[in-house]
Design a protein around this ligand. Structure first.
Ligand code: GLY
Length: 408
């Protein structure tokens, strides 16, 4: 991070550390967060177990009722993944049993080829489980899922096509080979599949996608577009647009978070400095944005027209915090851990953390799915909770000088 940017970020941090968190030790803080997560997830899994058929809570609807999704929904891996993270946070076998059950219900997702999100779905569930318990059967699912994701690689363009263009609202945009920045989050599955299988095809697809995305998705200020559409034949950029942000030229907050997290993961597997630099540059963009709030929980889009009334997006903040803890390992002393701590402390306050038994039993309030689609505005989202839990684990591991689970 450039010195002046870091100074500004640490200034923001100092301002925000005037609240209750300064008095708490990290152990007390984590113990309280873990206890709260266990209460919410016990309520959630009691409902799931009593019902028996709905297993993937994603959010709540306008009446406050829990919305469950089928296994081919892009978010289906997060709740099973949260169960694994509960197990990692507590060591309680109860969570392991539930994690296994919910994860294994996703088995057929390994064959899903009609969208790119198999990386989120199998990554958060099976890969998180594999890292903790090394089940041989999970390894096979991870490699099979990577094969499915690889069918979406378009050699002429050098990228993985995110969405199909023959159905749904995506068919109405005139796209040929749309790639969304979110796709950077699916590359971890490919890198791991190479590590587990020895087949370097997955690795090369991942790096090709990351390189082409780095070339075409970022503006001069290092913010990223949401959608870049390519020609299939030779990868010419047809358009740069948005689907979930405020405008084509705006900076959608979760997209920036996916970029920061995704390029950090690419650095983990390749040690290619340009990937980490991209994560740092996009981080600098958000930290120095005039619309970044002092608590570092961004508005849903940095260019939303109604700031400060615009909804915040806790999911973007949680994802960024988790990435920052990993970045700390690659650039200790740059202030990344302090920034991540600031975000998790913000998210742990009553401004974002739900009271027990409310919020559909999700942990965090105030995320945004897609305002342009009128969907999931200022609600809990299962992925906000997943990345919040992951951030807490990474914080604990850093402070105890323990490796992250992906290093074990
Ligand atoms: N990958 C979809 C989203 O971030 O909302």
């Amino acid at each position: 991070m450039k010195k002046k940017n870091l100074v500004k970020a640490l200034g923001l941090l100092a301002l925000a550390l005037t609240g209750c968190q300064t008095a708490k030790t990290t152990d007390t803080f984590l113990a309280e967060e873990i206890a709260n997560i266990e209460v919410q997830h016990t309520l959630q899994t009691d409902l799931i177990e009593a019902n028996g058929s709905f297993i993937n809570p994603r959010t709540i609807d306008k009446e406050g009722k829990i919305v469950y999704v089928p296994i081919d929904d892009w978010t289906s891996g997060f709740f099973p993944g949260s169960m694994w993270l509960d197990y990692e946070l507590t060591g309680n076998e109860k969570w392991k049993l539930l994690a296994e059950k919910y994860t294994e219900s996703l088995d057929s997702v390994k064959l899903l080829k009609w969208h790119h999100d198999v990386g989120f779905m199998i990554g958060c569930s099976y890969l998180t489980g594999y890292r903790l318990c090394h089940q041989p059967a999970y390894k096979d699912v991870i490699v099979e899922a990577a094969k499915s994701l690889s069918t979406r690689f378009r050699p002429g363009a050098g990228v993985i096509q995110s969405w199909n263009t023959d159905r749904g609202w995506q068919s109405k945009r005139g796209w040929e080979c749309p790639v969304i920045i979110d796709n950077m989050m699916n590359l971890e599955l490919l890198f791991e599949a190479t590590r587990l299988s020895g087949d370097s095809t997955f690795y090369h697809i991942a790096t090709s996608h990351a390189d082409v995305t780095m070339k075409n998705h970022f503006r001069a200020d290092n913010s990223c577009y949401h959608v870049v559409d390519y020609t299939l034949k030779d990868g010419k950029v047809r358009s740069r647009q948005t689907a979930q942000g405020y405008a084509d030229e705006s900076s959608w907050a979760r997209g920036q978070a996916w970029a920061i997290y995704g390029y950090t993961v690419c650095y983990r597997y390749t040690h290619e400095p340009a990937y980490l630099q991209q994560a740092e540059k996009t981080l600098n963009f958000i930290l120095n944005n005039k619309n970044m709030p002092q608590d570092l929980v961004p508005y849903w889009d940095f260019d939303a027209p109604d700031i400060p009334a615009a909804p915040r997006d806790a999911s973007a903040a949680a994802c960024t915090a988790s990435a920052l803890y990993e970045m700390e390992g690659y650039g200790p002393g740059k202030g990344y851990k302090e920034l991540a701590d600031k975000i998790v402390y913000s998210l742990s306050t009553p401004a974002y953390k739900a009271e027990q038994g409310t919020n559909g039993n999700f942990i965090l309030m105030h995320s945004v799915g897609s305002i342009p689609h009128g969907a999931e505005i200022d609600v809990p989202l299962n992925y906000a909770d997943y990345y919040y839990q992951e951030a807490l684990i990474r914080k604990r591991n850093l402070e105890n000088n323990e490796p992250f689970s992906f290093e074990k």
